[in-house]
Design a protein around this ligand. Structure first.
Ligand code: NZQ
Ligand code: ZN
Length: 395
């Protein structure tokens, strides 16, 4: 078990009545003029946006709004948000939506405190010193950004998608009402389930084998998400199932499930290029890559993959061969992805195989022009990433 710091400053209001705390929470964290940031319209259709505005009005808290965040959010809209917030004297950012809206808010928050282009942070040319405080009204459990230190954004020019992590951007509060997730389409529900499982899997597949407590927590989160995720697709308005999934989504990515391990996150980096290149939904892209990443790195720690297979996926333990158990686990994961309507390879994700040129370009971008390696369990360079895309291409 390696040394770790665990910092989870986000105040959570969870449940059917959680939205009633909104104005008090904005005030508590210093908000006097709020940017209400949202996506493409689901919060308009559900009435959530009007309800948020009414709550702020009733409390005498001023606000301006900026909608139009797209999935895999764009830097150009964040630039617009930074200018708007400066012009309007905004001192608090309120994300009403999912990971894309929250991340766009985080980038706006960094940009308000920096005179240069906020993309410099993603290019490694600037380390932020501050971020405008932000709160979240969550509508989709998936990215875990409501409690995470990470902000993922796509630069429109060249479609470069990158993440950056810093505690400065962790939200001050997150309001989570599972009822708001009843309207999620099945594909988004399944992609969210895939993403949150993966956030824990990225921390779980490690060379550290002595994390009894962290493993128990991680396996409970993954089992819960898997079981409830499958059932909720047939029963989308089941409050108990939606609630388990929503809370698991936050725990899966607030670092709790990774205390003491060396994290991997190669699958995430490899996936981000699929979102940037094909506009893939993040969770679906992860499902298309993970089985192939797992095959590629399995030999690094077969026992750990076997433990995952048995404790999370209920695969019978073949005590004579951890490798066989591990491979049965990967196959079980592919079955799970298919059962919930997720792809498990590139042709299933994008409707055709990727071309060799696309693979070369994605591997080049993922490794920042062949200058970095990805992952922790096995460090992957450009050639490894090409190999994994090719494996995913064969299906
Ligand atoms: O835009 P609207 O109309 O709101 O529709 C959204 C969007 O089309 C829809 N939706 C959200 N809540 C809904 C709903 N539809 C019906 N009913 C509701 N209650 O769902 C679609 C997807 O929304 P999005 O915010 O894009 O989803 P998600 O939360 O999965 O966020 C994905 C983004 O987060 C990044 C991903 O890379 C991607 O850019 N990630 C951020 C992380 C972080 N900051 O910690 C970690 C993750 O690994 C991930 O990389
Ligand atoms: Zn993710």
């Amino acid at each position: 078990m390696v040394d770790f710091k665990y910092f989870t400053p986000t105040e959570v209001a969870f449940g059917k009545d959680s939205e009633s705390h909104l104005a008090d929470l904005v005030r508590k964290y210093g908000g006097t003029k709020v940017l209400i940031h949202y996506g493409g319209g689901s919060v308009v259709r559900s009435g959530l946006l009007d309800s948020v505005k009414a709550k702020l009005d009733a409390a005498g808290i001023a606000w301006v709004e900026l909608g139009g965040v797209v999935p895999n959010p764009r830097l150009s809209l964040a630039h617009e948000g930074i200018s708007l917030c400066r012009a309007e004297g905004v001192d608090f950012l309120l994300a009403v939506g999912g990971g894309s809206v929250i991340d766009s808010c985080k980038v706006i928050g960094y940009g308000m405190h920096y005179d240069g282009d906020v993309w410099d942070i993603y290019d490694g040319k600037y380390v932020p010193k501050a971020c405008t405080p932000l709160g979240v009204v969550l509508t989709i459990p998936a990215a875990g950004s409501e409690m995470s230190d990470s902000a993922v954004i796509t630069k429109d020019d060249g479609m470069v998608k990158r993440g950056y992590s810093n505690d400065l951007c962790r939200p001050k509060f997150a309001i989570m009402n599972p009822v708001r997730t009843f309207t999620l389409p099945p594909y988004q529900t399944a992609a969210g389930v895939t993403d949150m499982m993966m956030h824990t899997m990225e921390r779980y597949f490690s060379h550290e084998d002595d994390m009894l407590l962290t493993d128990a927590v991680a396996e409970a989160v993954m089992r819960t998400v898997k079981q409830c995720g499958e059932r909720v697709l047939d029963d989308p308005e089941n409050y108990q199932l939606r609630a388990q999934i929503m809370w698991a989504g936050s725990l899966a990515h607030n670092d709790l499930t990774g205390c003491g391990s060396v994290w991997d996150f190669a699958t995430h980096s490899i996936e981000h290029e699929l979102s940037a290149t094909y506009g893939a939904t993040h969770g679906a892209g992860l499902a298309a890559i993970w089985p192939h990443w797992a095959e590629y790195v399995l030999a690094e720690n077969p026992t750990r993959f076997a433990q995952f297979a048995v404790n999370v996926l209920d695969v019978p333990n073949d005590f004579k061969s951890p490798e066989r158990t591990a491979r049965a686990g990967i196959a079980a994961m592919v079955d799970f992805y298919h059962r919930i309507g997720m792809p498990a390879n590139l042709p299933e994700l994008i409707g055709r195989p990727a071309t060799e040129e696309e693979i070369a370009e994605m591997a080049f971008k993922a490794t920042h022009g062949k200058t970095i390696t990805l992952g922790g369990l096995k460090k992957l360079g450009y050639d490894d990433v090409v190999a994994i895309y090719r494996m995913a291409n064969r299906g």
